[in-house]
Write a protein that binds this ligand. Structure first.
Ligand code: PFF
Length: 445
């Protein structure tokens, strides 16, 4: 039996905004955004990315939070409760998506753990000698090490969820997130003042649209959904904890703004440095890990800075990974399984599922032309998340009662939502159509 009465609420709107921003800001911003932007031509990608966030991301996130607050259960049962059995698969697909994401997310989380420890020892020394590429290559081509650190990251995630110290982590984010922001600003100042940085700034801010293809659009769409944690049920779960009286519209705008700002700053930190050091912007998943240590080597007190940066980066990844684990675990807990058991079993299964991803970076496992980890990312970001999110929009636009949606969005008319009709048009037509077009024109396995 599902117990709906026990559901807690966030104490305040700011609690919700911070928790959802904690889920949104993570590896997607600091690791994935720069390397996907680098692979897709820089500035033109950034432009398309921002268009997608503003036109589709905000709309879709509002739909997801609204469904969550109306249903107040995990994603699968929420869809069933509000729309009947035929809608449950959409929620289940979202939960499956979080499972797959965390399987490779934990691999990259493990890289951060490794770099955190390395920054106490020889990371900066190697970086000073221009050897960050070699260090990175040697690490990722050693599967047993990668799997070990993946395990450490997964264990910490599971312990946080297990002991219910999620709230504590989220509270500490109030301090850690602004600190991460500050650390990034310092790094940006260092990066843009390096000789040769200007070509990086141009690459990142001066668009060349001749390089844009339908795949660029799909890459930006997938990255946008991944970064905002959309279509996977995570934001829906947070929505289910949002008190009925709080303003969904302004909360969602804030979350999208924070997330996009952090991604933008990550690019501004990485690309000037990439060009100044003569590295390759399309270097792929190692980009942040190869570039940032070199920046530290060029700063006085670089070691201390590196330690602090990787700690903050770790916490940002952790607040996202706990939201991912909560989605899969929450389903079993809502269905009566003991929380500890559900967490342990799910975490262990996710860890095992991630092992092929850990292996694939040493050049081993491939699916078609893609490394296994890349294929898993493509499946979740470019296929599952946009499609699930599209169904969320369709559900709000076409299935739920319009009056009920309006009452929910405006807290029974107490909160003004002047552009409600425009948003409804976006949810009903524009967002699903745009997602479908980008999806079908850009899909290439
Ligand atoms: N948005 C997170 C990031 O950018 O790192 C990743 C993520 C978290 C995706 C939670 C999906 C999700 F449900």
């Amino acid at each position: 039996m599902i117990d709906e009465k026990k559901r807690e609420s966030f104490g305040s709107r700011i609690g919700f905004v911070l928790a959802a921003a904690g889920s949104a800001v993570g590896l997607g911003n600091l690791w994935k955004f720069p390397y996907i932007a680098g692979k897709n031509g820089g500035a033109a990608f950034l432009f398309i990315y921002i268009v997608i966030i503003v036109c589709i991301g905000v709309t879709a996130m509002m739909a997801e939070v609204l469904i969550g607050r109306m249903g107040r259960l995990n994603a699968a049962d929420t869809f069933e409760k509000l729309g009947g059995k035929k809608w449950k698969p959409v929620g289940l697909a979202g939960i499956l998506c979080t499972f797959i994401i965390l399987s490779y997310y934990s691999v990259i989380g493990g890289w951060i753990v490794k770099y955190f420890f390395m920054s106490f020892t020889d990371l900066i020394e190697y970086a000073g000698a221009g050897k960050t590429g070699e260090i990175f290559g040697a690490f990722v081509s050693n599967p047993s090490q990668v799997i070990f650190y993946q395990g450490v990251f997964m264990l910490v995630t599971a312990l946080v969820v297990l002991f219910g110290i999620k709230g504590g982590i989220e509270r500490s984010c109030k301090i850690m997130m602004p600190m991460l922001f500050l650390a990034m600003i310092v790094l940006i100042i260092r990066a843009v003042t390096l000789p040769g940085a200007m070509s990086g700034i141009e690459f990142y801010l001066k668009p060349d649209f001749s390089k844009v293809t339908s795949e660029t659009w799909l890459a930006a769409l997938g990255q946008g959904f991944f970064s905002l944690s959309l279509g996977a049920g995570a934001i829906m779960i947070y929505g289910s904890y949002l008190p009925k009286t709080e303003n969904i519209v302004s909360s969602v705008k804030q979350i999208c703004f924070i997330d996009t700002a952090v991604a933008f700053l990550a690019g501004l930190m990485i690309f000037p440095a990439v060009f100044a050091f003569g590295a390759e912007p399309a270097a792929g998943p190692g980009l942040t890990f190869i570039t940032v240590p070199t920046l530290f080597a060029k700063m006085s007190g670089g070691v201390v800075f590196a330690v602090i940066f990787f700690l903050l980066f770790f916490v940002a990844a952790l607040t996202s990974s706990i939201s991912l684990l909560e989605c899969s675990t929450g389903y079993f807990v809502d269905h009566g399984m003991d929380r500890k058991l559900a967490t342990l079993i799910t975490a262990a299964l996710i860890f095992l599922t991630g092992i092929p991803s850990a292996y694939s970076l040493s050049g081993g496992l491939k699916i078609g032309s893609r490394d296994f980890i890349d294929a898993a990312g493509y499946l979740t970001d470019s296929i599952m998340m946009p499609l699930c999110s599209m169904f969320c929009c369709i559900f709000v636009g076409w299935v739920l009662n319009r009056e009920l949606v309006k009452r929910e969005a405006t807290s029974d008319g107490k909160i003004g939502f002047g552009s409600f009709n425009i948003w409804m048009m976006m949810v009903k037509f524009a967002a699903p159509a745009a997602i479908l077009v980008i999806f079908f024109t850009g899909l290439k396995w």
